[in-house]
Design a protein around this ligand. Structure first.
Ligand SMILES: NC(=O)c1ccc[n+]([C@@H]2O[C@H](COP(=O)([O-])OP(=O)(O)OC[C@H]3O[C@@H](n4cnc5c(N)ncnc54)[C@H](O)[C@@H]3O)[C@@H](O)[C@H]2O)c1
Length: 233
């Protein structure tokens, strides 16, 4: 069986990606710093590593778990991410550094550690964000997610022709990350989406599953916006 590694898989979009890849026939290794990753893994009947992708020793433990797995690693989905939203004039350096360290640094470090272990013809899918085009209060996040697109292209070139590397850029998706948003702010965001609805984790999982699959075997270094048309409106 082929193995897919999904980070940030305890909940939300990552959990949905994991269950969609299981439907596609992959064995799974879930990664998350939240201990709930073990509950999610039990529910899906798969393996898990509790680890922080922004900490080098943890990245080493994830790579060890991939090496020790009986299934052949073919897919890496770099989904783990955080926000620390602040208006630019109120943003403190730790908010900036933490968001870049996890979203961009963690994605880079894990790809460097796991890509050599993926079988020929394998695929890496990074989760960027439509916010990389600019969102008030998300200067740090936008930079980190824009960086993920640069990283996607860099790794696509560096790892070709052996592996493909692509990104999915979600718009506003219902998850714990967005649940804390006040109702009026949420309404304003949804009103600006041409398809007039928030995205669901499954929408992102479908895009990831396609990029990870043989159906996308001639696609690398690309960004697939799954954002209800918000990327150009
Ligand atoms: N929800 C949205 O509207 C939206 C939009 C665009 C992009 N995204 C991106 O999609 C991804 C998933 O978002 P979500 O909405 O499911 O968020 P979420 O907060 O519900 O889930 C993120 C998961 O990542 C884990 N995580 C965070 N930091 C980690 C670390 N250092 N190491 C390991 N695991 C870590 C968390 O514990 C959590 O389980 C993120 O990269 C996010 O930036 C989300």
């Amino acid at each position: 069986m082929s193995l897919a590694i999904v980070t940030g898989a305890a909940r939300g979009i990552g959990r949905s990606i994991a269950s969609r890849l299981a439907e596609a026939g992959h064995a799974l290794l879930l990664v998350d710093l939240d201990e709930r990753v073990h509950d999610t893994a039990r529910e899906l009947g798969v393996g898990a590593v509790r680890a922080d992708i922004s900490q080098p020793p943890d990245v080493g433990r994830i790579a060890d778990a991939v090496r020790a797995h009986r299934d052949e690693p073919r897919v890496l989905v770099n989904n783990a991410g955080i926000t620390r939203d602040r208006l630019l004039r109120k943003m403190a350096e730790p908010d900036f550094r933490a968001v870049v360290r996890v979203n961009l640094g963690g994605t880079w470090a894990l790809t460097e550690a796991v890509a050599p272990l993926l079988a020929d013809g394998g695929s890496v899918v990074n989760i960027s964000s439509r916010a990389q085009l600019g969102n008030v209060g998300q200067f740090n996040y936008g930079i980190a997610k824009g960086g993920v697109i640069g990283l996607t292209r860099g790794h696509a070139l560096a790892l070709a022709p052996r592996l493909r590397v692509n990104a999915v850029a979600p718009g506003f998706v219902e998850s714990e990350m967005t649940a804390a948003m006040p109702a009026d702010a949420r309404r304003r965001v949804v009103d600006a989406i041409p398809l007039a609805a928030a995205g669901q984790p499954r929408d992102i999982a479908e895009a990831v599953a396609w990029l990870a699959s043989e159906a996308a075997s001639y696609v690398t270094g690309q960004v697939l916006y799954s954002c209800g048309g918000r990327s150009f409106s």
